[in-house]
Design a protein around this ligand. Structure first.
Ligand code: HEM
Length: 395
């Protein structure tokens, strides 16, 4: 059978001509330092494909209008065949993809892979990271529930505070004065057409660059030698097998999380009822929290500098060493940024909530500062919290 198919193709196409480059790509040796952490890139790719496939399934029943969106997602979750599963895999996939893409970025940062000649691979990677976040932001609104509606109202309000262009950006995103049907249509088109195709194109460029330049070794810039077949590990089957293993682990995680910790749909969006303490999704919490400490303009300036800084990082870090142990300053800087993200994210999560620690109840104010609550329900110290309408940034 195999021979018959091969013969059929041979009679029609010059198969031998393309066989050689494919063989070359498959057998291309990878440096010895390539290990499990180097599967994070293909894990990101797997999650992207999974999002596209489950997204297509969701599109069969989803309706992007104010009157139907919420009900259509409810229908998918309760009536559509296996709908609950592919909706949960899509929701969990979105969250895992942000984590995995971020970890992949950290891996390439700590191993100095972004250095010459791979600056562009990094820059396209930063675009992919930003696109992944925008995927999350636009997708969050689509079920048209209370949390999503108000988080989008706050999110677009923040964009509206950008000097000069802010009002235009806000109106452009919302399609009007408030978050409404127009906003839903816009977010829908961006989420299901613009972003997937843009991401597909950028992933393709990213992978072509990785293939052509090869995976970085830990040798300093300029000292990387042409890798000989006998000095490296073949891409196929060695590395591909590792990727197969992580693929099944990831698939197992997606299904397990979908069953054990499903995402709730909540209540339908009500523009007339503002819930207390609206917060964005967890991945925007560090940024959202930082914005609270500074006057509006300063905060937005600081937050908008972050992506620019990420893009330019390979051009700012001119040192030649790649090994993490030989780059104490860059590594310390990376760890500091990571800890700050965790710290502000945690503060953002705790802010405007009551939490019980060791039997005592604490009330966290908008800045995440805790106050002990006495049995009469009042805060133990400090002034009473103002009734904070969440999302209010300092002028
Ligand atoms: C959807 C998102 C992404 C996908 C699908 C993806 C895919 C990949 C794959 C398959 C590799 C080769 C294997 C590996 O090193 O893990 C790779 C390498 C690389 N990626 Fe990504 N990537 C993504 C996002 C990013 C991001 C956010 C960055 C950094 C900002 C980045 C920077 C790099 C760099 C510098 C390399 C070269 C690594 C080396 O030579 O050691 N990528 N990517």
């Amino acid at each position: 059978m195999k021979h018959l198919i091969a013969k059929w193709f041979r009679e029609r196409f010059n198969v031998d001509e393309i066989q050689e480059p494919i063989k070359h790509q498959l057998e291309k040796p990878l440096p010895q330092n390539v290990g499990w952490f180097h599967t994070l890139g293909s894990m990101s790719l797997f999650l992207f494909v999974s999002q596209v496939l489950t997204g297509i399934l969701l599109l069969v029943y989803y309706r992007p209008t104010v009157n139907e969106a919420f009900e259509s997602v409810k229908f998918i979750m309760t009536k559509a065949y296996m709908g609950w599963l592919y909706r949960q895999i899509h929701a969990w996939g979105a969250n895992l993809m942000i984590i995995i893409v971020f970890l992949h970025m950290l891996r390439t940062f700590f191993t100095g892979s972004y250095k010459k000649p791979r600056e562009l691979t990094w820059a396209f990677g930063v675009m992919l990271f930003i696109l992944t976040l925008v995927f999350g932001f636009t997708g969050y609104l689509l079920p048209w529930n209370q949390l999503a509606y108000w988080a989008t109202t706050v999110g677009t309000e923040v964009a509206g505070s950008i000097p000069w262009l802010g009002v235009w950006i806000k109106t452009f995103l919302r399609g009007g004065e408030t978050v409404a049907g127009e906003t839903l249509s816009r977010f829908f088109v961006v989420h299901v057409i613009v972003l997937p195709w843009t991401m597909f194109a950028i992933i393709l460029i990213h992978l072509i660059l990785v293939r052509f330049q090869g995976i970085a070794t830990l040798d300093p810039v300029g000292a990387e030698k042409e890798l000989k077949q006998e000095d490296g590990t073949p891409f196929f089957p060695h590395h591909v097998l590792k990727e197969g293993v992580v693929f099944f682990i990831l698939l197992g995680c997606l299904v397990t999380l979908s069953i054990l910790a499903p995402f709730d749909l909540g209540e339908e969006a009500d523009p007339l009822q503002t819930p207390y303490a609206i917060k964005p999704e967890w991945y925007f919490l560090p940024m959202y929290q930082v914005l609270k400490y500074f006057p509006k303009l300063v905060g937005i300036f600081i937050v908008s500098l972050a992506p620019l800084f990420l893009f330019l990082w390979p051009f700012l870090d001119k040192t030649s060493e790649r090994h993490p142990l030989k780059r104490p300053v860059a590594v310390a800087f990376g760890v500091l940024v990571l800890l700050s993200l965790l710290f502000f994210g945690m503060l953002g999560y705790l802010s405007e909530t009551k939490q019980v620690f060791f039997g005592k109840t604490y009330e966290f104010d908008i800045y995440g500062i805790p106050r002990l609550v006495t049995t009469d329900g009042n805060s133990h110290e400090g002034p009473h919290l103002p009734a904070v309408a969440s999302g209010t940034l300092r002028e």
